[in-house]
Design a protein around this ligand. Sequence first.
Ligand code: NAP
Length: 246
Amino acid sequence: MSTQNQKVALVTGASRGIGAAIAQRLARDGFTVIVNYAESAEPAEALVRSIQQAGGQALAAKADVSDPTDVRRLFDAAETAFGGVDVLVNNAGIMQLANMADAEDASFDRQIAVNLKGTFNTLREAATRLRNGGRIVNFSSSVVGLLQPGYGVYAATKAGVEAITGVFAKELRGRSITVNAIAPGPTATNLFLKGKPQEVVDRLAKLAPLERLGQPEDIADAVAFLAGPDAGWINGQVLRANGGII
Ligand code: NAP
């Protein structure tokens, strides 16, 4: 495919986990991919190299999504390198669990900053800079439905993302841009596995009637659907990709 015809996808938090699987999948589907990261420069560069070796186009771009100036520069970098952005995947996120009694201010502030303000920051840029006909995929979580103890602050950030998804879909009237959210269930990444004893991981893996954890590629498949040609009539929706846990 020629450079001029190729659509450009910006994937936040794409250095590892679900975001890396999304970047790989969208590159395979023919998108030029901006691989955003905050800290993990080496994995992001390695991912870009592997996409290029497979014949795709990609660029690694550092930006902390919680910082509006960084996010503005991220869009600048995409426009400078590839002329614009067609697909925005707001995948970057963090999770810090604690029951309310033990929850700390810094943890509350950081989860709001990355998960909710980070999504706000990229959507505000996208409002004027995403090309007409584009796609936006935000990241919620199935914990918004499950409401397990310890997930209060994290789930609140994701409930905010779901609300903003529906509102923004309407604000983009006339631009032919769809705005949806994916809400994964337990997925085998560092975010989910870190700090959990094996028996907890095993119990959570059995929650789904499909009796396994999600893999990053399962979520990438769902994102590829929403970003691709078959999802043009799906707008303002939240898709729970979780093997059936809720
Ligand atoms: P992960 O393995 O921890 O990866 C997180 C990614 O986000 C990394 O690439 C990280 O890059 C990036 N990131 C973190 N803070 C950032 C920031 N401030 N600015 C830019 N990038 C940042 O997490 P994951 O499991 O793949 O999660 C991806 C998304 O799915 C998140 O929104 C998460 O809430 C959601 N989700 C995950 C699960 C699950 O079970 N895994 C379930 C439901 C929803 P650096 O290393 O460079 O910081």
